[in-house]
Design a protein around this ligand. Structure first.
Ligand code: FES
Length: 662
């Protein structure tokens, strides 16, 4: 620890802490603009200057590490005067006519800093270049006229999303933020995560989906969890008049530390599907509004006579539903009604092979955090460029620092360009390919833990013929993994959809062989599917959906998206009940439609891909005649004189888990 005195206050802080952070630890706020706690200190704006005893000039506290015995003053007259001067320079450099700016009035850190220094005017006459305003992006506007060149956006793009789209072009007063080689943002390599907008301290990057809908002080901020996928990012939902205005990444979030992907940030506010606001029943081939009483009684009359009949009902639930609802769903249809066909819409595609292997192996998967420090990552059938994007951010941000990346996926994707080696193995050849890699590592004596391989050359030859990849490329990929110190293997639906636990086992053996799994840790992880994929799998809701003459099909789809496959399959049902938030082809075909809440209108638990149980909050109220997913199931059960179990914590411990649950 290092002892430092700031404004006559003595504190002990860890070595390497910056003066700015040390001050914050002591409850002293130093004005700042370019500094951001999730970004590498840059020291560009100089607003955070402080006086250090024994040092002739003011020092930028955000880049200054503490020294034992250091004496710092943050509020001397000279410092305050310099701060005002710095702000005056910033205001004079570009068009900062606040009354014309969307973030003026509380949401602009530059304006707030000026008010903090009691500035009433600009002492320096403004004189600036006119910059074009880039409105080509669907979600945000880039206005270089409002930019203070703090480079938070550039750093967020690189350090948080690992995308490296933004940079600074030109020099001096002409400096401006550009995308790629100065192409319009909307045509650039931007992945629309919005991290740059969230960190922008001025109106240079404006979120167009929430612009002019009020300042943050008019919003209620609710901490919750994104249910867009199984990563489980922490979010802040900004609500006004019972409407989600904006979603921001929660800087305190243990999974994402503030970063979000396009889906998490923008899907909820750009939702175009039509809500269902009343129960409906099919009459003369047409869905017509009915009361809840009539709808639930009609469903009860269909379900009750089928109780005890294994082939009477097929029941499917979305894995976007919370764990409480999934538990009640399973209890109603499997335990109480005793249907033999109770599963999830995902049908175990992302999980059943993993679960089968964990039955044998127990916990064998690691945690997401290991991606942050991986020096080599191999992705197998996991297109984390399109789904589960935040998991990809955790290592993409290190690719320019030497992390090596192997992508194995027959589908073309943007990940191919980032990969050191991209292997386009023929579909279905994963097992042979992984064994081929094991054989190379074994043959070249690169194993950290040795595997029994009787004929390495034969395995390699099989890998080449099955995958269509050359022996040299297989060897290169194997060597990258074997030579790395902190390798991580990620796998996704490309592997798990084959429902073959032998591939999972081979990946496990490879991970052991290269030292990615040892007594203390595992660096093997499957990315799973939707937000509660793991909960559903642990509850056993992961078998393939088979329609086999059942008299009723009950689909609790909630606010999930409906695939063509599901619509076609469910269309064969004799009687279809759909519990849904939005209109779809599935609800069109239903005999009864029960309107239910979306994720933000109810609270409940989700278990993310690495086993963290997290709770979503109720941020807004559902439309008047719409009911909570769990309430609907409970009401239905009550009408059949049943009481449902909602003890999800016990329910998810029904099977051996592949990850430790916490
Ligand atoms: Fe320290 Fe900008 S906050 S230089």
């Amino acid at each position: 620890m290092v002892q430092i005195t700031i404004n006559n206050k003595q504190i002990d802080v860890p070595e390497g802490t910056t003066v700015l952070r040390a001050a914050e630890m002591a409850g002293i706020q130093i004005p700042k603009l370019c500094e951001h706690k999730e970004l590498t200190p840059y020291g560009g704006c100089r607003l955070c200057i402080v006086e250090v005893q024994g040092v002739r000039v003011p020092m930028a506290s955000c880049t200054l590490p503490v020294n034992n015995g250091m004496v710092v003053n943050t509020e001397t007259e000279a410092i305050k005067k310099s701060r005002k001067f710095i702000l005056s320079m910033l205001f004079s450099e570009r068009n900062h006519f606040c009354p014309f700016c969307q973030v003026s009035g509380g949401d602009c850190e530059l304006q707030n800093a000026a008010y903090h220094e009691e500035m009433t005017h600009w002492p320096i006459q403004p004189g600036w270049n006119d910059f074009p305003v880039d409105t080509s992006h669907p979600y945000f506007v880039l206005d270089n006229n409002r930019c203070i060149l703090c480079r938070r956006c550039v750093r967020a793009c690189a350090e948080m999303a690992g995308n490296f789209t933004l940079s600074v072009a030109e020099r001096g007063a002409k400096s401006m933020i550009v995308a790629d080689t100065d192409v319009p943002l909307g045509d650039s390599t931007c992945i629309k995560c919005g991290s740059c907008v969230q960190v922008c301290p001025t109106g240079a990057l404006i979120d167009r989906t929430s612009a002019y809908q009020g300042h943050d002080e008019k919003m209620t901020e609710i901490k919750s969890v994104c249910v867009g996928c199984s990563v489980g990012c922490s979010i802040n939902i900004l609500v006004r008049d019972n409407r989600i205005v904006r979603i921001e990444g929660d800087w305190e979030g243990s999974v994402n530390h503030g970063v979000l992907c396009e889906h998490g940030r923008y899907d909820p506010t750009t939702e175009a599907r039509k809500r269902i606001t009343t129960p409906m029943m099919k009459k003369n081939g047409k869905l017509e509004p009915v009361s809840w009483e009539d709808a639930l009684n009609a469903v009860k009359d269909k379900l009750q006579p089928l109780a005890g009949n294994k082939n009477g009902i097929a029941a499917l639930a979305s894995t976007r539903l919370n764990a409480e609802t999934l538990t009640a769903f399973k209890d109603l249809f499997e335990s109480k009604i005793q249907s033999g066909m109770v599963t999830s819409i995902e049908e175990g595609v992302p999980s059943s092979a993993v679960m089968k292997f964990s039955e044998k192996q127990g916990e064998f998967e690691g945690k997401l955090d290991m991606l942050r420090s991986a020096d080599a990552v191999m992705c197998v059938g996991a297109n984390i460029g399109r789904s589960h994007m935040v998991a990809g951010f955790l290592f993409k941000r290190n690719l320019n620092k030497g992390t090596r990346f192997i992508n194995i996926d027959p589908e073309e994707s943007e990940l191919d360009e980032l990969a050191n080696i991209s292997l386009k193995a023929k579909p279905g050849s994963d097992l042979a390919l992984i064994k081929g890699m094991q054989a190379v590592i074994h043959k070249e004596g690169l194993e950290r833990s040795s595997l029994t391989i009787t004929n390495a050359d034969e395995w390699i030859a099989q890998a080449v013929s099955a995958s269509g990849i050359s022996a040299e490329q297989i060897a290169q990929a194997a060597r990258i993994l074997a030579h790395s110190v902190t390798p991580v293997i990620l796998f996704g639906k490309g592997v798990t959809a084959q429902r073959d636990e032998k591939i999972v086992e081979a990946l496990y053996q490879l991970a052991v062989q290269i030292g990615a799994i040892d007594q203390e840790r595992s660096s093997l992880l499957s990315i799973k599917g939707e937000a509660n994929s793991l909960s559903a799998a642990l509850m056993g809701l992961d078998q393939p959906f088979k329609l086999d003459g059942q008299k009723v099909t009950y689909v609790a789809v909630g606010d999930d998206y409906v695939s063509k496959y599901l619509v076609e399959k469910a269309a064969k049902s004799a009687y279809l009940v759909v519990q849904a938030s939005y209109e779809s082809k599935l609800t069109e075909n239903a005999d009864v439609v029960l309107p239910v809440s979306i994720w933000a209108e109810q609270e409940g638990h989700y278990v993310n891909l690495d086993g963290r149980a997290q709770k979503t909050a109720k941020a807004i109220s559902a439309p008047e005649n719409v009911r909570d997913n769990l309430d609907v199931l409970n009401d239905l059960a009550k009408r059949m004189n049943l009481a449902l179990d909602t003890d999800w914590q016990t329910a998810i411990r029904g099977r051996k888990s592949s990850v430790s649950l916490n």
